[in-house]
Write a protein that binds this ligand. Sequence first.
Ligand code: KG4
Ligand code: ZN
Length: 347
Amino acid sequence: TKTLTVLGLESSCDDTAAAVVRHREGEAPEILSSVVAGQTALHADFGGVVPEIAARAHTEKLDLCVEEALSEAGLGLDELDAIAVTAGPGLIGGVLAGVMLAKGLAAGAGLPLIGVNHLAGHALTPRLTDEATFPYLMLLVSGGHCQFLLVKGTDDFTRLGGTIDDAPGEAFDKTAKLLALPQPGGPSVEAEARNGDPRRFALPRPLLDRPGCDMSFSGLKTALLRERDKLLERDGGLHVQDRADLCASFQAAVSDVLAEKSRRALAEYMTLSPVRPIFAVAGGVSANMTIRSALDTVSAEFGATFLAPPLKLCTDNAAMIAWGGIEAFRAGRRDDMTLQARPRWPL
Ligand code: KG4
Ligand code: ZN
């Protein structure tokens, strides 16, 4: 089928999003609109995403996001070929809000409905932005996810390993909290780290002594807490330089772990002898320049092309869901009114 124009909906965590993507076979896909309404301010006082508040906000904003995405694309529902929606994994109230609206729209407009796995949406993004060819290696690294995926086809993913506890973004956020820096922690820790000495504090590089691609980040935060408390006890407070050095040392530890585990994942991936080896990243943490350049370096060691989509498409958005829907549609997949919202849905 020639040209496909698909509306995507995303509401699995704390971003409400709608987007329209168009794809002419044999050409690069086009993002006609991508609307994202964040909820950071709503959850700011609670130190994390509150599921009930998130679900309510999705219900209130999703229809408005759809309206805006369609009007930005200059299209009516009758000009679409399908409705794609995140059907999991995620906070169930939000996922339900998206799935119910998508069912209503699909039924009302007489369009096919496609449930998309949120992680597949992230993992297929390099094909939306860079026409990545299968198989490629993917590192998803955000506040909620951290895993290496071998992407062998539209619906063919192998998980090579991932975090056994916290995601790195979560560790950045907790580190910021320990050091009284603003949330989200990633950007503020990175900014502090610019003036810091990454070698001042010897923080652990967990699981590097073990084979495989599994990672752990929760011990890092505990080690950081210990260093902070030693300084507090000694000086009664944290000096500006102490804070910068703590941030730099923490960031270096995360970066080293991700780089070394990427080396192992790449070694495994290269045994598939890809014609055009590709190592792609997605997720909020891939915005970090120290981490990005460490991963780029490792990728070069293997002669692989390093792909880091623009940040708007690395973090949660609906263009990746519309695109996941297009890939699924082309593979012949359709859902119907029995589509379920799934809190857990491993790839
Ligand atoms: O992908 P994302 O927007 O949402 C999900 O978690 O799904 O990622 C958000 C996470 C937060 O934990 C945030 O602190 C982290 O990504 N982050 C960063 C940076 N920018 C955002 N971590 C490290 N360095 C950054 N520059
Ligand atoms: Zn996500």
